[in-house]
Design a protein around this ligand. Structure first.
Ligand code: ZN
Ligand code: FE
Length: 268
């Protein structure tokens, strides 16, 4: 029988500030970027969920460290990951435009290649479907609430193009980032755009959520376009701040602006 209950997406906290997102229908589950197996096993056991697959966005250990133990525990389940790098335990190598059809929990995903944080970084996008009310994006360490990943391997141009792919998704897309970095990202965003009214009110709401130890995620694409300086490298406010901090008057492209504010954030 095909389960048609609405899919739930739940954050399993790991390490200091990671979220391992669990997508499930009440019986079958997928997890995204399990850097650690034990909190995943504990959650699945408590909720009586069967792990049916693993989605990996990039090769860093805090996103992949739990794969092998989960395979030992749950048997041979598919492990999706970027095709352009070797990730131990990966069974399904995927690339830009690939469609992933999962039977349980029933879900269709599209793969986006989003280099920047790492060169082989991918994201998974689920548009609306029978059991998905709002589109969902699992973006790994490419996009954070009010921030973006550090450029460990890719260039500012690559990150700028990756964020542009996200910006083109429906505004109501729920954005499932893998770290709770929101408050510190907001502090930096306020330095870039001290007069952004949406950002100022988000700062207050995010603080209230964290005071209650609640996640500030998921975000949405629409929200990030209003408050995230890295998604706003084409706005006059962010361009003006980038010019001021760098002393460069001629910041011609969003990638150039992103290069300036990413370097600023790295030393902030
Ligand atoms: Zn990472
Ligand atoms: Fe990470």
């Amino acid at each position: 029988m095909v389960k048609n209950t609405l899919l739930q997406v739940w954050p399993i906290p790991a390490f200091d500030d990671n979220y391992i997102w669990c997508i499930h229908d009440g019986e079958s589950a997928l997890v995204v970027d399990p850097g650690d197996a034990s909190p995943v096993i504990q959650y699945l056991n408590e909720q009586k969920l069967a792990l049916m697959g693993i989605l990996i966005t990039h090769h860093h250990a805090d996103h992949t460290g739990g794969i092998l133990q989960l395979l030992q525990t749950f048997g041979s389940i598919p492990v999706f990951g970027p095709a352009t790098i070797d990730i131990p335990g990966r069974t399904q190598a995927v690339m830009e435009g690939d469609k992933i059809e999962i039977a349980a929990p029933r879900l269709s995903l599209k793969v986006l290649e989003v280099p920047g944080h790492t060169l082989s970084h991918i994201a998974y996008f689920a548009n609306m479907q029978a059991n998905v009310v709002e589109p969902m994006l699992f973006c790994g360490d490419t996009l954070f609430a009010c921030g973006c990943g550090r450029l460990f391997e890719g260039s500012p141009t690559q990150m700028s193009e990756s964020l542009a792919k996200f910006a083109a998704l429906p505004k109501n897309t729920l954005v499932y980032c893998t770290h709770e970095y929101t408050l510190s990202n907001i502090r930096f965003a306020l330095a870039v755009e001290p007069n952004n009214a949406n950002l100022i009110s988000w700062a207050q709401r995010a603080q209230e959520l964290r005071d209650k130890k609640l996640p500030t995620l998921p975000s949405t694409i629409g929200q990030e376009l209003q408050v995230n300086p890295f998604m706003r490298c084409d706005t006059k406010e962010v361009i003006a701040s980038a010019s001021e901090i760098s002393g460069e008057v001629n910041l011609k492209t969003p990638a150039h602006v992103l290069a300036v504010i990413r370097a600023w954030k790295d030393r902030f």
